[in-house]
Design a protein around this ligand. Structure first.
Ligand code: KG4
Ligand code: ZN
Length: 333
């Protein structure tokens, strides 16, 4: 039997989870609201709030899983990539807990964990599969050959898809994080109302900075002509932006699936919570005869359940880290 306690603290959510023999029994997420006042995550504030949240989050995760801290066999934690100060809180907690109980520790790559979230529940994709991993900091098409054998075959050259969502919402005067709000308003809008350009980037890479600029100019020019332009057309603007971001992502994913001859196709990361993107993938999957895999919403945005499942597969291989380990702001797959 294996009881894994997992910690995730890479950005602005403090999360703890417990996984017993590969089954996730709890996934506690403490969101940080303090950043809303600043229009984006303030790293120093994020690490301070992680310090306040981490002990209660772990306690709740253990209680919900009906597991005593004495039953834990190993502690998994996000080593990177992420905000260094935020990661440091999770890494230090994991190391101290393990040291006090003489337990092994397991380092987890946050981007690999987003993909391994597909192994929390059935149905699970079979190897090799393609995963479009879209978060606040990353946009990648990953060829997943095995649990820890992953190759990035396409990625953004500038902004991430989540960043494009968040920056658009900022331009529209909406609070941070904007992705979920764009999703909410887009449901009432027409995605064909406004045409934003699709960047012409060769191969499987992405670019979102040109789109961001075109949205900025589009809003600026229309607001100059009509000061109420945003309020009067919010749903159509959100639907059109969301539609374009989704089509940029899905067109490249379709290209990758054809090039690599792969039929198992998955979505991961915070932006995979987006309704338009989820629906778009299913439609594309139907057209191409793919098996599509989309995680439950709670496993799309940052969570410790994905760290726990990644930790479980490393535990089975006996891959443990040394107590001297430090977090990494940048960490390749
Ligand atoms: O994976 P994640 O939780 O954190 C990072 O690792 O970055 O992703 C956060 C990103 C943010 O940009 C947020 O706006 C976006 O995911 N997001 C969404 C939705 N939910 C979260 N974007 C669009 N629609 C959503 N429903
Ligand atoms: Zn993430």
């Amino acid at each position: 039997m294996s009881v894994i306690l997992a910690i995730e603290s890479s950005c602005d959510d403090t999360s703890a989870a417990v996984c017993v023999d590969g089954v996730v029994l709890s996934n506690v997420i403490a969101n940080q609201t303090i950043h809303q006042a600043y229009g984006g995550v303030v790293p120093e504030l994020a690490s301070r709030v992680h310090q306040q949240n981490i002990v209660p989050a772990v306690q709740q995760a253990l209680i919900k899983a009906k597991v005593s801290k004495n039953d834990v066999d190993a502690v998994a934690f996000t080593r990177g990539p992420g905000l260094l100060g935020s990661l440091l809180v999770g890494v230090s907690f994991a190391k101290s807990f393990a040291l006090a109980k003489s337990l092994p520790i397991i380092e987890v790559n946050h981007m690999q964990a987003h993909i391994l979230a597909h192994f929390i529940e059935d149905p699970k994709p079979s190897f090799p599969f393609l995963c479009l991993t879209v978060s606040g900091g990353h946009t990648q098409i990953v060829l997943v050959k095995d649990y820890f054998d992953m190759e990035v075959i396409g990625q953004t050259l500038d902004d991430a898809a989540g960043e494009a969502m968040d920056k658009t919402s900022k331009i529209l005067g909406l609070p941070y994080p904007g992705g979920p709000l764009i999703d909410k308003y887009a449901r009432q809008g027409n995605p064909d109302a406004y045409k934003f350009p699709e960047p012409q980037i060769p191969g499987l890479d992405f670019s979102f900075s040109g789109l961001k600029t075109s949205i900025l100019y589009f809003i600026r020019d229309n607001v100059a002509a009509n000061p109420n332009f945003i309020e009067e057309n919010l749903a159509d603007i959100c639907a059109s932006v969301e539609g374009r971001i989704a089509s940029i992502l899905l067109n490249k994913l379709e290209k990758a699936a054809k090039e690599y001859g792969i039929k198992d196709v998955a979505l991961a990361g915070g932006v995979s919570a987006n309704t338009g993107l989820r629906q778009g993938l299913l439609k594309l999957g139907e057209k191409n005869g793919w098996n599509c895999f989309i995680p439950q919403l709670q496993y799309c945005t940052d969570n410790a359940a994905m760290i726990a499942i990644a930790g479980y597969y490393k535990y089975l291989k006996g891959e443990f880290a040394d107590q001297s380990i430090a977090p990494l702001a940048r960490m390749p797959m």
